[in-house]
Design a protein. Structure first.
Length: 55
């Protein structure tokens, strides 16, 4: 699995990142969000991160 392009949330409590962890195809990344400690990883799909996060 490749996790890349991390972006911190404005409040510093979460990190959004792109990952291919649920895909067998190269370049088929989805967007995920997790707590800063690495817990509670949630897939958001391919819609992108909120613009307020710098995305």
């Amino acid at each position: 699995d490749l996790d890349e392009f991390p972006v911190w949330s404005p409040n510093g409590k979460q990190i959004a990142f792109a990952s291919d962890r649920y895909s067998d195809r190269v370049g088929d990344d989805e967007i995920f969000v997790m707590n800063a400690d690495g817990s509670d990883v949630v897939a958001l799909g391919q819609q992108g991160i909120p613009s307020s996060w710098g995305g």
